[in-house]
Design a protein around this ligand. Structure first.
Ligand SMILES: Cc1ncc(COP(=O)(O)O)c(C=O)c1O
Length: 374
């Protein structure tokens, strides 16, 4: 019998951090003891640890995933007004950072199925004004980059990968996402796969000169003491967050495995619903980091009602596409991107975070299968 009063949180970070509490407190004390609160040895040590984890030549810790994108684009020094091809389905920061760096986003529609524009769609959208592609590994999906990287190389454009939702995601060769182009960016917002106890972010890549440039930009373009050669910003990572992240990073692969196990259960349980046309499942790519488990269904309103009644956390990423956001009006106009708009009307995320218990997961499966009978 099911317990209809039970509630299943969408995310409960306290469950993940509880086993690490003593180590987090020790790291907190260490920072209080040395008293260096911005950048410094904690940030340096975390950057090295993270470069090792990612297989990157170098990594610069920054204030958040938004500033990671902004700093990466500023460091690349692209011509003002240059156009960046990108998905219309992402968090606003993906596009606003492009605009704030003096560039213009061009939104490329999604295919019928799937959450990412195809390499061919990027190629078709390329014009003489295009200076590169921003690929977003949305929901933790390790989107194959070989064709897009080759396109950028052929046309002399840059490739930046927004990996805010995808730390821990791996390509088929086992490499981290984010290393196919000039730079990868990360967010350590608490609900991300590796979340700090506040905001944080990073820019990483294979070119140490570019990451060194990001380090200058994160300190207002500072070349040396009181010498500023270019404009940057205050994009520094706090030592406290770096200290917390040094404790949390070693747990990331276990958490990713737990996410993958939750996703595998959902994929198996919902396969008959997909065959019956009730929903579309996310692509179960190997190396997926499952930051979100997003289904698509034309029956979303019913499902939202049922999940809400059962006390099961859920969320819509995103209720509207980026070309529909008033704040991004300075992007290259895209009147109508039908597939992205349909996706926004159908997409729904259910709990997949590593703290989910088996009973909670089964409860989610029960409510979804009861609501969308096949
Ligand atoms: C795809 C994507 N890019 C960028 C960001 C921005 O990261 P932050 O919130 O750390 O600034 C986010 C955060 O939600 C994101 O999901």
């Amino acid at each position: 019998m099911s317990d209809t009063t039970s509630s299943v949180p969408f995310v409960d970070l306290k469950r993940l951090q509880a086993p690490l509490r003593a180590d987090l407190e020790a790291a907190f004390s260490r920072v209080l003891d040395h008293g260096i609160y911005v950048l410094g040895p904690e940030v340096q040590a975390f950057e090295q640890q993270l470069s090792g984890y990612l297989g990157a030549a170098d990594t610069a810790g920054v204030s958040c995933g938004t500033d990671a994108l902004l700093a990466a684009f500023l460091a690349l020094g692209l011509p003002a007004g240059g156009e960046i091809l990108m998905t219309p389905l992402s968090f606003i920061a993906s596009a606003s950072s492009v605009l704030r760096a003096g560039l213009r986003p061009v939104f490329v529609d999604l295919p019928d199925i799937g959450f990412h524009p195809s390499p061919q769609a990027f190629e078709d959208a390329w014009t003489p004004a295009t200076v590169g592609v921003l690929a977003v590994h949305l929901f933790g999906e390790p989107v194959p980059m070989a064709d897009v990287a080759a396109l950028c190389a052929r046309r002399g454009g840059v490739l930046v990968e927004d990996c805010a939702q995808a730390i821990g995601a791996r390509t088929p060769s086992g490499a981290s996402v984010g290393l196919a182009g000039a730079a990868g960016t990360l967010s350590f917002f608490p609900a991300k796969n590796l979340g700090a106890l506040g905001d944080g972010g990073a820019v990483f890549g294979s070119d140490p000169a570019l990451i060194a440039h990001v380090r200058r930009i994160r300190q207002h373009g500072r070349r040396a003491r009181d010498a500023y050669d270019e404009l940057g910003g205050n994009f520094r990572l706090d030592a406290l967050q770096a200290a917390m992240l040094r404790v949390l990073l070693p747990a990331l692969d276990d958490w990713t495995q737990a996410r993958a196990a939750n996703a595998a259960s959902y994929l198996a349980a919902f396969a008959p619903l997909e065959r019956a046309g009730q929903l579309q499942l996310p692509q179960p790519l190997a190396g997926h980091a499952w930051n979100q488990f997003c289904i698509r269904t034309p029956h979303r309103a019913n499902l939202v009602e049922a999940l809400t009644a059962a006390g099961i956390g859920h969320a819509v990423y995103y209720t509207r596409a980026l070309h529909q956001q008033a704040a991004l009006a300075a992007a290259v106009p895209a009147e109508h991107l039908p597939n992205a708009e349909r996706c926004c009307a159908e997409v729904l995320a259910i709990p997949v975070y590593p703290g989910l218990t088996e009973a909670e997961r089964n409860r989610v499966i029960e409510v979804v299968t009861q609501t969308l009978p096949c």
